[in-house]
Structures are given as structure tokens and as C-alpha cells.
Design a protein around this ligand. Sequence first.
Ligand code: NAD
Length: 228
Amino acid sequence: MQKIVILTGAGISAESGIRTFRDSGGLWEEHRVEDVATFDAWLNNPILVMDFYNQRRKQLLEVEPNAAHHALAKLEERFDVQIITQNVDDLHERAGSSKVLHLHGELKKARSTVDESLVYDVQGWELKFGDTCEKGSQLRPHIVWFGEAVPMIEPAAELSAEADIFIVIGTSLNVYPAAGLINYVPVSCMKYLVDPNASPLPGIRNLSIIREKAGTGVPELVEKLLAL
Ligand code: NAD
């Protein structure tokens, strides 16, 4: 079975109603990322950070996967499909994709502040001060904040190197190390980029750019791949 590896970003969830950074002038739901998505922000203003992620989690319960998420799940009928997402939402899983690697963490999970291997599901939308891990320390959102190490980047790079087909959807490719994954993909591998604002990727061979929204561009691409 051919292996398709797919790197997704905030743009794939835009049509579900979750805003991207880029389309909000570099802000995340009206906040500067430095104020809500860094470890310093958590130290300096934990109430704001906790509330920010609680609001994102609450919003996630109100939205649904869109046609792009569903189309990627359908690809599994014919291909070995591995999704690598920068998104912290769970819309790929809810659409039925079975292999999803989250590079930047997951909104619906929380983790210990003393032992990062202790990860828990958040029940409902609200994580509270006083919610603790089994070692008694406060839980924090299970998010890789800007400036923190990205522990899943190595397995993601290995998966990218195994791709027969590589698809990039809805990412500005501004956030590293995720944006560098395409450099691990074999040169001979066919690559697709679906993003209405896509720029050419210098030095990347065998690349087809589809300047469409994910909700239309991805189902069209999936139909084409299923018909190969
Ligand atoms: P980004 O905001 O930097 O870029 C979004 C990209 O999506 C842009 O290139 C834009 O042209 C494209 N886009 C907008 N609407 C689209 C559509 N309908 N279809 C296809 N593409 C569309 O996002 P990024 O590159 O993912 O990086 C931002 C970081 O922010 C990520 O690390 C992510 O963790 C975090 N984030 C996540 C979510 C989420 O989980 N849904 C939402 C916002 C931000």
C-alpha cells in the first residue's frame, strides 16, 4: 500500500469555524501569541492562559470537521495515510482519520507541570486551578508553547521520509520545526500544497500547488488520488 503523509495547519480547520493566526493579523483569537502561548505567559499570567485554552476547548466542542477532514479520512480506503498536524483541535480524529500525530499538543488534554509524561483527558471544556496530577502538581494545557521543544518532531521527520505522496494543507509554513518537515520528504515523491494563499516553495521538486480553500481543494485532490 502506498503511504501518504499529510501535514496540516490551522487553515484546514478554518471552514469549521476555528480562526487561523494569519487571517487574524498574526493574533490568536485577539491575543498576541506571546501573551497566551509561551511558558513565560503561563508563569506571568496563568489565569489568562488557562482561560484562553478553556475558551478554545469550549469552542472546539461547538464545531464540526469539514469536507477536507472527511476527505482525508476517506483516503484510507486505498492508502496508508499518516496525518501530521500542527493543530491542537481533534477534527481529524472526529472525521475518522486513524493515524494522527499532533506536533503541537492537544486541546482536549492536560499534563502535569512536574512530569510531562503524565497526560490526562480534560473532561468537558474547563481545566481549573486545583486540578492536579497524581503527583499533586497543577495541570497545564497539553500544548507545545512557542519556544518549547517539539518532542514529536523526530517521529514526524521519520514518517515524512517514508512518504510516497506528501500533501501540505492550510499552513503558512512559518512555524519551525514543523515547516522544515518537507525537507525530509524524498525528492522523487509527488507533493501537493493546498492553500488559497500558497507561495512557491523554492528548491522543492515535484510540487503541485492547489490555490483553493481546503473544503473544496482537498476533496478534489482526494478523488483524483483515489482514481489513480
Ligand atoms: P497560520 O495561521 O500561520 O496559517 C494558516 C494558513 O492557512 C495560511 O497559509 C492561510 O492561507 C491558510 N488558510 C486559510 N484559510 C484556509 C482554508 N479555508 N483552506 C486552506 N487553507 C487556508 O497557521 P499554521 O501554519 O498552522 O501555524 C499556526 C500555529 O497556530 C500552529 O502551530 C497551530 O498549533 C496553531 N493554531 C492551531 C489552530 C487549530 O488547532 N485549529 C488554530 C489556530 C492556530
